[in-house]
Design a protein. Sequence first.
Length: 409
Amino acid sequence: MGSDHPEDSNADAGRPPEQVTDTSWTHARALADSGRLKVQWDRLLESRPPPLPSAINLADKVEGMLLGLAVGDALGNTSESINPAERKLRVPSGWISNYSPNRYADYRSVGLASDDTQMAFWTIEQMLADGGLDPARLGEIFCRRQIYGIGQSVRQFQRNWESGRPWFECGVASAGNGALMRIAPILLPHLRSPSHNLWADTLVAAHLTHDDLLSNASCLALVQLLWQLLGLEASPDKRWWIDTWLATSEPLTAGRPDGIFRARAHHPPKFSATMADMVAQHVRPALDRDLDVAEAGDIWHSGAYLLETVPTVLYVLSRHGHDPKEAILQAVNNTRDNDTCAAIVGAAVGALHGASALPAEWIDGLLGRTTVDDDGQVFRLLAQAGDRYGYGVSLRVRQRAAASRQKET
């Protein structure tokens, strides 16, 4: 594609990031005002995120957020879409604690990417290449490259794109988690110069593939959550996770007829209400009863539908967010859409605790691919982003990036 998309040019390359993101804000507001972009415009969208504390090790936290995403995806994607009870029977030890043999790496036990990591890091690649988020350029990448484990909604997005529609008409009416899983990198250009453009970029990036109210609200809630986690120096109270998420998401869906969501497959039975109702009726009571993650997932399911993914992620974080390794492993072992649940959980605990708190064997075993054979690309992009956006690069990431470049030559 390219000639069929008049917006799809390299005109933004080299422009200052604030200019490109201002274009995103204009697009987002215009699309929302026209009704095409589904969101209840709230004061959050006009606000400036608070500056991040200068004393924190921002490189460690940002790398934790993005490597946590990649690690969670890689740990889960060899056993995705399996009910937890069945997964326990299939896994030799009954519990996944490290990478499983992967047929795409000659059955070595290494970490490989699926769609979660690919689309997240391609977003970083596009922003670095073009000076900021360009949805038409990003859409072209999503359509031209092979996506592993591609979901139905993204596949339909590709068909819409190939038909020649403009980028803002290609998103699919789906409350799947395909936008949420890749949204974390949107923070990067805004870390040193926070503004309302962060929320606009989030909406534009989400709307590209998913034309849905719950998807938009969930992406904004996650970005807001991640921003706050980057600024925290200690683990929050277990109630903080849910309270923070709902404080962002609920005003964005309030009063809209499409803000009522129905459970699928009777999980939970006869549920038809808001996300806040789901949390109040089922998630908080499960926390009060101290159910484990698998037991809680039996109530609302833990698949790719956001009415299942969001409660599951919040439940895992509420119970285990103080322990990054345990949080990721709970998502990997005790959820159905485990690679995406673990990728989102990994991004959150990585942002809170930093890459230095993640098990070294997980990061060392991550091949860092975003395509079939670009080993180390994840680390190269992390190094480029840390330099470009001014929050720094850890020695470990810089060494992995340099080593992968040497192998290429």
